[in-house]
Design a protein around this ligand. Structure first.
Ligand code: PEP
Ligand code: MN
Length: 445
């Protein structure tokens, strides 16, 4: 890793894409100055701890579950919403740990996932063109010139929203909510009317019996009542991520303190570009999205740029090939990286290569395509003798209707019922749990 952080000016002088266009540089400077004075959101030691856990994943001894909204929004920073997401992630992790018999490293797309890359700068409706919505970190979702203005003040709001979210997440995971002995209550107010829920309840019964046995035998351990949970997001906005980069007082090394793990998106991973330069200078574990056009040379060059010292757990490749491509596109990447002698974490994002527009105009994904890509991912790693290290999912704890298929067989006509995402379609709670069982089956094969 480079040992010095580039200045903001150096960073902006590099090739860069997907950045906001602010009309008042003085306002941006005022906001980033304020951010630089605010406390870190996460601590260096926590980032190191996650990197060590990811090193275990890279060695095939643990599995990564990474999930959450495509885009968090200010309106959904509520106790219920955060709790709902956490509950579904913890339930999925329990299913994978128990049925898949593998330790699960839990990472949310949460507390910072507010900025979105877009394929078009403008959105046109009824002959009117306005700047595209780029996430609450940049502008508002309403289709008005005022809301769509790129507003630097929003960088302070994402700091505050992330801080409030993280505070609640920390309280939940360390304060008793995540106690394995209350695993039934995570599900208490869910409607139990699908196969998936019944399977979950049966599994929760089994775990409860096993735990009761352990407690009767005198086992009393903090690991039953607390979980380690980490926050991650795409490090998209250079001004924000740079302002949150701090020198750790213990090690004197730089960390991006906006989240434990940050990733570089499919659209911003140019070698020699500003995003790679900034993330090369920090110590956090780094995710790199790889789409179907990635070559083994790209993957190796990115790993070399971001992790010249080959630090265990530093690099996670998040592949998002699409169900139709994964069996053809993934093997060369895995073979290339293996041949380079690196041990990285391989994670499947079965969402971003499987988005399509339904006949009624909704942007959606099909549960069966998600499963198909995951099966391809597991098969490829089985064939190559490499470890399928994890999954990266867009999900929510609510009963939304954004992806078709799954246990309730949602059809395109159902999408209108509860379509709430401001960006990509997410799996709902049931679809997410169903997926956890599918993953657990592949892990225990
Ligand atoms: C995302 O994770 O929401 C995203 C935009 O992914 P990608 O960079 O892989 O397209
Ligand atoms: Mn997305």
């Amino acid at each position: 890793m480079a040992d010095s952080v580039p200045s903001l000016e150096e960073l902006h002088a590099l090739p860069k894409v997907q950045q906001p266009t602010y009309d008042d540089p003085a306002e941006v400077e005022r906001v980033t100055d304020q951010l630089r004075h605010l406390p870190p959101l996460v601590f260096a030691g926590e980032c190191d701890e996650l990197r060590e856990k990811l090193a275990e994943v890279a060695q095939g001894r643990a599995f990564l579950l990474q999930g959450g909204d495509c885009a968090e929004t200010f309106d959904t920073v509520t106790g219920d919403n955060v709790k709902g997401k956490l509950r579904v992630l913890l339930s999925m992790a329990v299913v994978m740990t128990y049925a898949g018999q593998v330790p699960v490293v839990k990472v949310g797309r949460i507390a910072g996932q507010y900025a979105k890359p877009r394929s078009k700068d403008l959105e046109t409706r009824g002959g009117v063109s306005l700047p595209a919505y780029r996430g609450d970190a940049v502008n508002g979702f309403d289709f008005t010139p005022k809301a769509r203005r790129h507003d630097p003040e929003r960088l302070l709001r994402i700091y505050n929203a992330s801080s409030a979210t993280l505070n609640l997440v920390r309280a939940f995971v360390k304060g008793g909510f995540a106690d394995l002995r209350s695993i039934h209550s995570w599900n208490a107010d869910f409607v139990r009317n699908s196969n998936v829920e019944n399977r979950y309840e049966a599994l929760a019964d089994e775990i409860e019996r096993a735990l009761a046995f352990m407690v009767t035998c005198g086992v009393s351990d903090q690991t039953l009542s607390e979980v380690d949970f980490y926050a991650s997001h795409e490090a998209l906005l250079l001004d924000y991520e740079h302002a949150m980069t701090r020198i750790d007082s213990r090690s004197q090394l730089p960390y991006d303190t906006s989240g434990h793990m940050v990733w570089i998106g499919e659209r911003t991973r140019q070698l020699g570009g500003a995003h790679v330069k900034l993330l090369a200078s920090v110590q956090n574990p780094i995710g790199i999205k790889l789409g179907p056009t990635s070559t083994p040379e790209d993957a190796i060059a990115l790993a070399d740029a971001l992790d010249p010292d080959r630090i265990p757990g530093r690099i996670t490749f998040i592949t998002r090939m699409g169900a139709a491509n994964v069996r053809e596109k993934l093997p060369p990447l895995v073979k290339g990286i293996e041949a380079s002698g690196r041990k990285v974490v391989w994670v499947c994002d079965p969402m971003h290569g499987n988005t399509f527009e339904a006949a009624n105009g909704y942007k959606t994904r099909s549960y069966s395509d998600v499963v198909e890509e995951l099966n391809g991912f597991f098969d490829v790693h089985d064939e190559l003798g490499t470890w399928p290290g994890g999954v990266h999912i867009e999900l929510t704890g609510d009963d939304v209707t954004e992806c078709v298929g799954g246990a309730f067989q949602l059809g395109e006509a159902d999408l209108a019922n509860r379509y709430e995402t401001t960006c990509d379609p997410r799996l709902n709670r049931n679809q997410s749990l169903e997926l956890a069982f599918m993953v657990a089956e592949r892990l225990s094969d």
